[in-house]
Design a protein around this ligand. Structure first.
Ligand SMILES: Cc1ncc(COP(=O)(O)O)c(C=O)c1O
Length: 390
């Protein structure tokens, strides 16, 4: 099925290369790492640099754009604008959750020790406040389904914090199924959404807190992100960082009382990362225009072609290939030297990621986005054949 709104960004090839400048320089398959900026986001940053060098960087027009960024981010996840704080990185949002809840000694928080570190340390650190961090132990890396989560719950479980998609295996959790069941039990659900947001549809119907920086699948600038807090949880989640922007301070004069701003702005203590927000907003508009369902279908097409080709070339798949698969394709090989393969690909103009799991196994991780072509995938698979000596 050809989706016209998506095709418009990638065809003809000249358009693809002008909308995604990285495509002119080689094959970029590392969106699960740090993504390159599309032209639209780069233009937004250039415009910011331009007007920000002629006048105060927070001229009045900028606030209209910031408000639009908040609305666009909300639309992407099915939230309301007053539920969005324009904060990155991911670690900041997750820490605001960990430190802002009113924990009681003996409370339990469920986490996954083999998650990306940003979604591990904030929960481990709660042990210092008498909270018990309860680790999930799936059979395969990142494979967190409801039975695995349910097995970790006790009457003391207050919160479960999961990644929407595992950064190494690419296992994409069923957010609605897990969130719905946690809510039936009155347990809070926190999501690190950076490895799926922008690539797969995600709604916060059963999510209380969500954090995602924009530098991966959202194609935004590093250090700009979004932090969602469900409206009905904003009284419960105390802002731990305070400043002139989230505490009412008329004329920038500090007041004797702490009166918080309304909505999720209460989590934004000081000046916003405006260039980042403007760049992120341009990327979000691009993704919404192309259409996230069409984007995910395209990503899976490319990732599946990689999975099949890599298997033919003797690589072993590290993650799932069924319904819980994503755009992350990590592989290992029984006898090839993956750091050398990674270097050879790099020399051939192909960008993948080299990662290592807890057991010390080298992994080659490919993560195509919707603008990668099938010809590019063929080129990668051909390069893997010609680099067979490594
Ligand atoms: C699952 C996950 N969470 C978070 C991050 C990034 O965290 P931060 O935005 O705090 O740098 C990554 C980056 O690799 C990730 O894979």
């Amino acid at each position: 099925v050809v989706n016209a709104s998506l095709q418009r960004w990638v065809e003809p090839e000249e358009t693809r290369r002008s909308e995604f400048p990285v495509a002119a320089g080689g094959v970029f398959l590392a969106h699960a790492g740090v993504a390159p900026l599309p032209r639209a986001a780069a233009d937004a940053l250039r415009r910011f640099a331009d007007f920000g060098s002629r006048d105060n960087q927070e001229t009045s027009d900028v606030w209209l754009e910031v408000a639009e960024a908040r609305r666009t981010a909300a639309r992407l996840i099915g939230a309301q604008p007053h539920e969005i704080a324009l904060l990155g990185p991911t670690a900041l949002g997750l820490n605001l959750v960990a430190h802002g809840l009113d924990w009681a000694a003996g409370d339990e928080v469920v986490y996954y020790p083999d998650d990306y570190p940003a979604n591990v340390y904030p929960w481990l650190a709660l042990a210092g406040r008498g909270v018990r961090p309860v680790p999930l132990r799936p059979e395969r890396p990142g494979a967190l389904d409801w039975p695995v989560v349910e097995a970790a719950l006790t009457p003391r479980t207050r919160l479960v914090s999961l990644a929407s998609c595992h950064y190494l295996s690419g296992y994409r959790i069923d957010v609605d199924a897990i969130g719905g069941r946690l809510h039936e039990r009155g347990i809070l659900f926190c999501l690190d959404a950076i490895q799926s947001l922008g690539a797969f549809p995600l709604l916060v119907e059963h999510v209380d807190f969500l954090a995602a920086d924009s530098h991966k699948w959202l194609l935004g600038p590093v250090g700009a992100g979004l932090f969602y807090v469900r409206a009905s949880r904003q009284e419960q989640l105390r802002p731990t960082l305070l400043g002139a922007w989230n505490v009412r301070s008329p004329h920038f004069v500090a007041q004797p009382e702490i009166a918080l701003e309304e909505g999720a702005r209460r989590y934004e203590p000081g000046s916003l990362n405006i260039p980042g927000v403007l760049g992120m907003s341009a990327s979000l508009r691009l993704l919404l225009e192309a259409g996230v369902p069409a984007i995910s279908a395209r990503i899976l097409e490319r990732a599946d072609a990689l999975r099949a080709g890599l298997a033919r070339a003797g690589f072993q798949l590290y993650g799932p290939d069924g319904v819980r698969r994503s755009g992350i394709v990590s592989v290992y090989h029984p006898d090839r030297d993956l750091p050398a393969v990674f270097q050879a690909l790099q020399a051939a103009g192909i960008r993948a990621s080299l990662r290592r799991d807890r057991a010390g196994r080298d992994l080659l991780r490919f993560s195509p986005h919707f603008y990668n072509t099938s010809a590019e995938i063929d080129r990668v698979l051909a390069a893997l054949e010609t680099t067979r000596l490594t």
